[in-house]
Ligand binder design. Structure first.
Ligand code: C2E
Ligand code: MG
Ligand code: MG
Length: 362
């Protein structure tokens, strides 16, 4: 278990002596030597932040604050390293604090909206469902994509409230479609690991399904490999219960995380989504193509369906069809769209433009 203790050191450096960086390296090396604690071999690493008098500040409080900022940078850089304070770090800390404050308001004021990206079945070209993707309607900034704020929601724990709201909104939309001329549509929702560990993912999901009178089969949860590994016992129990109620379980960005294949047998998984990185190289790199083929064969032998994400070209689609991939998602078919456009797509029964095109290729 990592545990944190903080110490501060004041160094009076004179010309001709070691630099602060040399001292930091020496401290790290001494601490890194393993020692015996009650019969256990223990290793300690140090993340060190440094601020220099009088260059960075002339009063003690500011010097300590700045070295603390630099220490967090050292931790972010992977621990067991050191960083000197730079004014840029301060700018970034302030920007991050501002973003965090704006997100707290956004959660209270419900400034989030869902866009939906279709997945298509390769064989028939038909829409097989949609992935709900969050966007932040930040006043004065337009529509902010999730890469700019999801990690902050996760770090602050706000993701638990937002994640619950996303599941509720997706289930509400499924219910509205179900009772309209559109009919049953499967929607998948991205789930963060913290929702498993600290939230009540199972309770939230079952409540949303019940409140909207929809079948569990119409909802799919997309998890990452790392969130599956975070708390296996509780995660396994929650997923098994949800699966019993029909909820589909999908592994997102497959191939980029732990990739411990043992969990494919242990967890109740319906679908693997091959990460965009493999799809990007699919038609340019024989190794990527071999990995995609291996993932598809392995998944099929475990009765798991496969979605290729980030499909942008007909050549990629063609290759995935040859590899017998089941579904694709990506700009080739459609980007994530706001609700109104999704509804027209459904009403028009839009199909993946592939069969004729692929035939003309071969
Ligand atoms: P993801 O779940 O892997 O979603 C796929 C991302 O790839 C989406 O980015 C989508 O717009 C993008 N994409 C789709 N097709 C293509 C393509 O052909 N080419 C390229 N280059 N990109 C494509 P987006 O919407 O910006 O979402 C980014 C990530 O944010 C998602 O990755 C997911 O991890 C996270 N996210 C989105 N919504 C939620 C949410 O409600 N909850 C949580 N926890 N995470 C979310
Ligand atoms: Mg996803
Ligand atoms: Mg993904």
């Amino acid at each position: 278990m990592p545990c944190n203790s903080e110490f501060s050191l004041t160094l009076a450096l004179r010309e001709g002596q070691d630099s602060a960086g040399d001292v930091a390296t020496a401290i790290r090396e001494i601490l890194r030597a393993p020692f015996n604690l009650d019969g256990n071999r223990v290793v300690v690493t140090a993340s060190i932040g440094m601020a220099i008098y009088p260059v960075d500040a002339t009063d003690l409080d500011t010097l300590i604050k700045y070295s603390d900022v630099a220490m967090y940078r050292a931790k972010q850089a992977g621990r067991d390293t050191f960083r000197f304070f730079t004014p840029q770090m301060n700018v970034e800390i302030l920007a991050r604090a501002e973003l965090e404050a704006a997100l707290r308001v956004a959660v209270d004021d419900d400034q989030f909206v869902l866009h939906y990206q279709p997945k298509a079945q390769i064989d028939s070209g038909r829409i097989a469902g949609f992935e709900a993707l969050i966007r932040w309607q930040r006043p004065g900034y337009g529509l902010v994509p999730p890469q700019q704020f999801i990690s902050v929601l996760e770090d602050t724990g706000l993701i638990i409230r937002v994640g619950r709201a996303v599941i509720a909104a997706a289930c509400k939309q499924i219910g509205l479609w179900l009772r309209s001329d559109i009919g049953p549509v499967r929607v998948s929702v991205n789930v963060s690991g913290r929702q498993f560990i600290e939230g009540d993912l199972e309770g939230d999901t079952l409540a949303a399904i019940e409140d909207n009178c929809i079948a569990g089969e119409l909802l799919e949860l997309e998890l990452t490999e790392s969130s599956l590994m975070a708390n296996t016992e509780r995660t396994m129990a929650s997923l098994t219960n949800l699966r019993r109620c029909g909820v589909q379980i999908s592994i997102d960005d497959f191939g980029t995380g732990y990739s411990s294949l043992a969990y494919l047998r242990r967890f109740p998984i319906d679908t693997l989504k091959i990460d965009i990185a493999f799809i990007r190289d699919l038609t340019r790199n024989a190794d990527a193509s071999a990995i995609v083929l291996a993932i598809i064969c392995m998944a099929h032998s475990l009765k798991i369906a496969v979605v290729a994400e980030g499909v942008e070209t007909l050549a990629q689609l063609h290759s995935l069809q040859q590899h017998q991939c089941d579904y694709i998602q990506g700009y080739y078919f459609s980007p994530p769209l706001p609700l109104a456009q999704v509804e027209s797509m459904l009403r028009e029964d839009r199909r993946l433009p592939m069969v004729a095109a692929v035939e003309s290729l071969s």
